[in-house]
Design a protein around this ligand. Structure first.
Ligand code: PHE
Ligand code: CA
Ligand code: ZN
Ligand code: ZN
Ligand code: ZN
Length: 285
């Protein structure tokens, strides 16, 4: 798999920060900064050759939006999906939660296009709205898929918070939740050059919407409000006794709230997992 450019991922985070700053300081569901975020990503994906669509839904009296991007080609009956939520909380710009996953996924998608990847599986990306209100957008997407379309999705990889400032390197545990995929877990573990820990993320992010309908899921995470232990600081560096992300759901979740190494390692891991699980480079059949 190609190396994902950290500078390009950081540039996307700067764009999301500017969008928040220009729109009252956040990118939350029902606020103008959210739709501006969708439109920003959509323009980049359209220009790269993706087939994009914006799915609307209503939640708490406001219109929400999911952005779906399909890379043309691959087996239409065997779809690999990757996604994360694009909305922030109202308290701040949501750069780690979840500008980080959104930006990493965007740069991987643009790299797929630059490399003219022709994988066995069909590749689809999703950026979800209203996760912070209770997985609303991803649940809407899954619930509105016809059963035949749902059964074509062979796996879903979720990326929510991948640049925490005092990072851990967590991979979703296959056994820690419904529909966890051991294959996805193992591919993601192998994608890191640092030791990883398994974590039971349960229903705390958008993978849960896919898991509920029986789609195999996995993902990575660099930690939120939980405190880093001494043993974790030993193996990963950073500060023990301090939260992985002290600015979780706060106004200080800005571009200053990102660990560049964690963001780079996780963005590279997204690409490694995609190239591996999509059957890139292996002859069809
Ligand atoms: N989904 C949580 C949020 O957006 C963060 C989280 C991600 C928690 C992954 C656990 C695992 O606030
Ligand atoms: Ca990289
Ligand atoms: Zn951008
Ligand atoms: Zn959040
Ligand atoms: Zn989140």
């Amino acid at each position: 798999a190609p190396d994902i450019s950290l500078a390009n991922v950081q540039a996307h985070l700067n764009d999301l920060q500017s969008i928040a700053t220009a729109n009252g300081g956040n990118r939350a569901h029902g606020r103008p900064g959210y739709l501006a975020s969708v439109n920003h990503l959509k323009a980049k994906l359209d220009a790269a050759g993706y087939q994009t669509s914006v799915q609307q839904f209503t939640s708490s009296g406001a219109t929400g939006y999911n952005l779906i991007a399909d890379w043309p080609g691959g087996d239409p009956n065997s779809v690999l999906m990757l996604g994360g939520h694009l909305d922030s909380v109202t308290a701040g710009p949501g750069i780690n939660d979840n500008g980080s996953g959104s930006a990493g996924l965007l740069e991987v998608a643009l790299t797929v296009a630059r490399e003219r990847l022709a994988p066995q599986k069909h590749i689809r990306f999703g950026w979800w709205g209203a996760e912070e209100l209770g997985l609303i957008g991803s649940t809407y997407y899954v619930n509105n898929l016809p059963t035949t379309e749902r059964s074509k999705i062979k796996g879903y990889l979720n990326f929510d918070m991948i640049g925490s400032p005092n990072p851990g390197y967590f991979v979703y545990s296959a056994s820690g939740q419904p529909s966890g995929s051991l294959q996805i877990q193992q591919v993601l573990q192998a994608a890191f050059t640092v030791p990883t820990e398994l974590t039971s993320v349960g229903g705390r992010s958008d993978h849960a919407a896919f898991a509920r309908s029986g789609i195999p899921v996995g993902g990575t995470f660099t930690g939120a409000e939980v405190t880093k232990t001494a043993a974790q600081a030993q193996k990963w560096g950073g500060t023990s006794g301090v939260a992985f992300d002290r600015c979780y759901h706060r106004s200080c979740d800005t571009t200053g709230n990102i660990d560049a190494t964690a963001l780079d390692r996780n963005s590279d891991a997204i690409a490694i997992a995609l190239w591996n699980l999509a059957g890139a480079g292996t002859p069809p059949g």
